[in-house]
Structure formats: C-alpha cells, structure tokens
Write a protein that binds this ligand. Structure first.
Ligand code: SAM
Length: 291
C-alpha cells in the first residue's frame, strides 16, 4: 500500500537540491545536438499546488523554495532554476521533476514517466502529456529494467523514491546495478534523504523503525560496484544532531558528466547560505568512484 504523497513535501529543500541537479544534468546532455531519453522512475504528479491542504499542513516549501524566491543570485544554475520555479510560484504552484524535464525538452528528446500510485498517475496524466512523452502506470524499478536500453543511447534516469519501506534502499542499489548492465552510457541520478538520529537526541525515542543510516548504507552498496564514476552531492540545511527528521539530502550520480562537479559546487556555494536554517548548514561534493 502506497501512502506517501509528494504534495505534502513539494518545493522543500530536498526538491531544491534534486531539481537544481536535474536541470544541470539535462543542460549537460543538451550541449550536444543528438537527442536523449529522460526516464523518471518515480514521477509523482508533475505539478503541485502550494495552497493545497497537504502543502499547507506541513508548509515545507517555506523552508525550501521560499528561501530563494525574490533573492538575487550571481550563479547561472541557481538563477535558471529560480526563474523557472518563480513562474509557477506566483500561481501558488511548484513544478515537479517531470514538468521541469518537459520544460527543457527539445523536439529530438524523449520523456518516459513512471508512477505507481493510482491517484498520482491520474494527476500526472492530467498535468503532463504531449509529443515525445510516454506515461506508464507501473512499478518504477520493474519499469526501468523493462524499458532499458531505450533506442537512444544518451540519457538520464532520475530515481526519486519515497523510501516508504527500509528495504527500498537496497532495491535502489540492485535495480541500478541491473540497469547499468543493460545501459551503461546513461546518467543515473538517485535522490536520498539525510535523516537525523532521533534516538541520540531523545533516548525515549524507539529507533527500531528508523531509516537513519540507510542512505549511507545505500551509498556504500553503490560504491562496491565498478561504475565508471560515482559522485555524491549533499546539502545539509542544519546539523544532524540539531534536527528531528530530515536535515538534508543528497544526490548519488553515476556517469556524472564532465565538469558537473564544478558546476554543482559553484551553485551550492550560493545556495547553501540561502537555504540555511542556522549556521550549521553545509554542503559537500565528493567522488566516491573517480574515473
Ligand atoms: N520525482 C518527483 C518530483 O521530483 O517531482 C517526486 C516523486 S515522490 C518523492 C515519489 C513518488 O514515487 C510518489 O509519487 C509515489 O507515489 C511514487 N512511488 C512509490 N513507489 C513507487 C514505485 N515502486 N514505482 C513507481 N512509483 C512509486
């Protein structure tokens, strides 16, 4: 049973890191004229209302995108992201990863959007669609393996699970390794949460169900495999010890394109102080597997 709904979280600091990285990666693919295929294994609804009951219940966007809107930036990557999301924000909307990809699509490129949730797929279908866009109602892990390799050699796979069950972290590792065997030229971009150790801050908290440490294990699992390269990018809006839940997030990127590390680092230098919840905010860009 899927209970996660991204409408509670749209536009939060995790989305900011994910979508800036996504835009930079697509931008890199667009530096060549040849078309590419974008696969979103966990698409969500495509567009979110920030005045919905769900978004207003958590107000996560206020500590995400609203830290940036109206601010000026010298960095081109942050500025491109801001001008895109601001055009939705003024209508109390936030664009999800499928909408962001669609906004960057050229006639020679293709979008494959996968979503499993029965209601979310309907929302996705009514928000998205058009030429060169295929929408699938199926499991994202199974769908990725069934649909790869696509006809186009160049491409990017965004894997953005809800991690509702702890076993999903290992499922990401297994699926990416299998997909890479079939399509080793694609960029794989995996989003993951950084979750505070609540038991350390509050000894009365039972951590038997905690997802704390699972992202770190997932990265170790990915690092065991001989990928051509593997880059880890993290944005922490506060320190783990000071948070009760998600204190930051990261992107694990396989086949990170040339100079992506420099460009994301430059963006994070500007982004981190704007997103900081206190003076413990930080970022990092590390090669887990260097070429
Ligand atoms: N990528 C979206 C974005 O950035 O706008 C947000 C995606 S949200 C974090 C995760 C989505 O995955 C939810 O809409 C959820 O319904 C869906 N989902 C959960 N398990 C899935 C699975 N096994 N296959 C495909 N979709 C799944």
């Amino acid at each position: 049973m899927l209970s996660y709904r991204h409408s509670f979280h749209a536009g939060n600091h995790g989305d900011v890191l994910k979508h800036i990285s996504q835009m930079l990666l697509i931008d890199k693919l667009k530096s060549k004229n040849k078309g590419f295929c974008y696969i979103d294994t966990h698409s969500g609804a495509g567009i979110y209302q920030l005045d919905s009951d769900e978004a207003l219940k958590t107000k996560e966007f206020q500590q995400g995108i609203d830290c940036l809107v109206g601010k000026s930036t010298q960095n081109q990557t942050v500025s491109d992201y801001l001008s895109l999301v601001s055009s939705y924000r003024k209508f109390m909307q936030y664009p999800g990863s499928p909408e962001i990809a669609k906004s960057m699509l050229r006639p020679q490129d293709k979008l494959v959007l996968i979503e499993l949730h029965n209601q979310e797929i309907q929302n996705l279908r009514s928000n998205m669609g058009g030429k060169n866009i295929a929408i699938h109602h199926r499991d994202g892990y199974e769908g990725l393996l069934a649909l790869t390799p696509p006809e186009m050699q160049r491409g990017i796979v965004l894997i953005d699970p809800s991690y509702e069950v702890a076993s999903e972290y290992q499922q990401v590792v297994d699926t990416v390794i299998s997909a890479y065997k079939k399509w080793n030229s694609a960029i794989y971009a995996i989003w993951y949460p950084l979750i505070a150790d609540r038991a350390a801050a509050d000894p009365s908290f039972s951590s038997s169900n905690s997802k704390q440490g699972k992202s770190e294990s997932m990265l170790e699992g990915l690092q065991q495999h001989p990928f051509k390269n593997l880059l880890k990018v993290e944005l922490r809006v506060t320190k783990g010890e000071q948070a009760a839940g998600m204190y930051g997030s990261g992107m694990a990127i396989i086949n990170a394109p040339w100079q992506f590390d420099h460009r994301v680092q430059e963006a994070l230098v500007e982004l981190t102080p704007l997103m900081a919840q206190n003076d413990s905010a930080s970022f990092s860009v590390d090669w887990l597997i260097a070429e």
